[in-house]
Design a binder for this molecule. Structure first.
Ligand code: NOJ
Length: 540
């Protein structure tokens, strides 16, 4: 399948998220790697995805799963080499799959050469000006410079020991203390990242997912925040848009289409859309949809608000149900409260897995029929649920550490993928080595092998839906219209070419609207009725 290099491919793409560490382990060290991904490219091609987004694959101490980057121009040795990444990009392209990689411009690792140089150079040095070093408050500078809290818990400031051995300045880190924030008022930071973007574009990557896209610019003078808990608002500052205008020029200087996807948790749809103006980012994750409870009225409001926010800037909407930071949606949708929020992740709240799975199947058809691009997090197509019973000793997420276990963190959605067999490592590797996070005992029926050719499986539902998404001209980018006149609690909308999607969240079976053919259902129909928590694609 040849790639059409100039189409606006991202506008309706199905993009599969690969968390390399947990995808496929070719060398049997318990950690996924790029050779593992290469070996599974045929699986992804057959699944029917258009692009892969890779979580950070750079050399990293893995304090935050690779979001602590030590070198932006190389590959983490556990994952492989630059040559391996180049082969992977080429092989994916040959299969018609594009490659998006993560870029982490808000912070780097504390072992990044810039940061070690800043520590060595001491206060007032140009090396420190690439970061946010400040003297502490209090008589001896023993108190943090501001009341800001890290988004992973604890203070956002850590004090360093100066080269002469005395307690010294503090540096800012919005995340863990091993992720110093870069100072985007420094021109060297701009030049460096422009060069990094070109480095990877020149190696054929088709785009970047931008980590903490709204966070790069800090408020002048770093004032204390009003929040009693020192929580920084997820609010962006104007200067950040200048950065993306610079970046957009770089992307547009390539003859074929390269794209930027922003990661922002912005509550205000108008501020959100500012990032998607024609000379900035191409798209951004829609976390309102992810956070929304399984409720027809609320979902319809989110869809409407999303489309309304994107329309004026002519950007495609995106639809996301899960990723490496949030509780897997099979688990969320089986709880009493089906919403998601970082403030209260409802860890270990009781969940009905059967119900969650039924709803996740319906949500898949809803998501894949909505206008715009869609993201699929590895394992979502297998219907994996959150692994909630990991032992404290195996947890690696800095959220767990920094909150002292008050928030158990994100490891539960990062457990290695089960491919085959009846016991761990379920084909994650062939040596039998223990995966870096233990897999549940009951995953035998969740493997790719077990689900393949089982028409009732989640995997075959995703395969069928992704296939239809390619064939149906009206799916992906393009208009949609709500179909009214159905019972309350039912979401129904049409797309071009006599296509309709109907999702029943009402709690009881409802008659299907007029149609000539049932194209796909997320579960069995009740004669001609659509049972609750079931979705259907119709030819109308
Ligand atoms: C968002 C990423 O998705 C998350 O995994 C990471 O911990 C933070 N940004 C900090 O880089």
């Amino acid at each position: 399948m040849a790639l059409d290099r100039n189409s606006a491919w991202w506008r309706g793409a199905a993009i599969y998220q690969v968390y390399v560490r947990s995808f496929a382990d070719s060398d049997g060290d318990g950690t996924g790697d790029l050779a593992g991904v290469r070996s599974r490219l045929p699986y992804l091609a057959e699944l029917g995805i258009d692009a892969i987004w890779f979580n950070p694959w750079y050399p990293s101490p893995m304090d935050d799963g690779g979001y602590d980057v030590a070198d932006y121009r190389d590959i983490e040795p556990m994952f492989g080499s630059l040559a391996e990444a180049e082969k992977l990009i080429e092989e994916a392209h040959n299969l018609g799959i594009r490659i998006i990689i993560d870029i982490v411009p808000n912070h780097c690792s504390d072992v990044h050469p810039w940061f070690t140089a800043a520590l060595a150079a001491g206060p007032g040095s140009p090396e420190r000006q690439r970061f946010w070093f400040r003297d502490g408050r209090g008589e001896h500078g023993e108190l943090p410079p501001t009341n800001w809290q890290s988004r992973f818990g604890g203070s956002a400031w850590t004090r360093v020991t100066e080269p002469d051995g005395t307690p010294g300045q503090w540096f800012l880190h919005l995340y863990s203390s091993r992720q110093p924030d870069l100072n985007w008022t420094n021109p060297q930071v701009h030049t460096e990242f422009a060069d990094i973007l070109r480095f990877w574009f020149n190696r054929g990557v088709d785009g970047f997912r931008i980590d903490v896209a709204d966070g790069l610019v800090k408020e002048d003078g770093l004032p204390d925040v009003d929040d009693p808990n020192g929580r920084l608002p997820y609010s962006d500052l104007d200067g950040v848009h200048e950065i993306y205008r610079e970046w957009r020029k770089i992307a547009d200087s390539y003859p074929d289409k390269r794209v930027f996807v922003g990661e922002m948790w912005l509550p205000d749809p108008l501020r959100f859309a500012m990032y998607l103006r024609p000379d900035e980012l191409h798209s951004a994750f829609n976390f309102d949809f992810l956070s929304c409870p399984w409720d027809a009225k609320r979902l319809r409001e989110v869809v409407d608000a999303t489309l309304a926010a994107h329309a004026p800037v002519n950007a495609p909407a995106t639809w996301v149900l899960s990723n490496h930071d949030v509780t897997r949606h099979v688990t969320r949708y089986g709880r009493e409260d089906t919403s998601f929020s970082f403030a209260d992740r409802q860890h270990q709240a009781p969940t009905d897995r059967e119900l969650g799975t039924k709803r996740a199947r319906a949500a898949a058809l809803l998501t894949l029929a909505l206008p715009g691009g869609v993201y699929i997090y590895q394992g979502e197509e297998l219907g994996l649920s959150e692994v909630e019973d990991l032992a404290d000793e195996v947890r690696e997420d800095p959220v767990f550490r920094r909150t002292k276990g008050a928030d158990i963190g994100r490891d539960g959605c990062r457990v290695p993928v089960p491919w085959s067999g009846t016991a761990s490592p379920y084909g994650f590797n062939t040596t039998g080595a223990a995966p870096w996070l233990p897999q549940p005992l009951d995953w035998a029926s969740s493997t790719v092998e077990a689900q393949t050719d089982d028409p009732a499986s989640m995997l075959e539902l995703y395969r069928a839906a992704l296939k239809l998404r390619h064939i149906e001209a009206g799916l992906g980018d393009g208009p949609m219209a709500w179909l009214d006149g159905l019972p309350s609690g039912v979401l129904a909308f049409s797309r071009a070419d006599r296509f309709a999607c109907v999702v029943n969240l009402s709690g009881s079976a409802v008659p299907l609207p007029p149609h000539v053919e049932v194209l796909l259902t997320s579960g069995p129909l009740d004669d001609t009725d659509l049972p609750s928590d079931t979705a259907v694609w119709l030819r109308t």
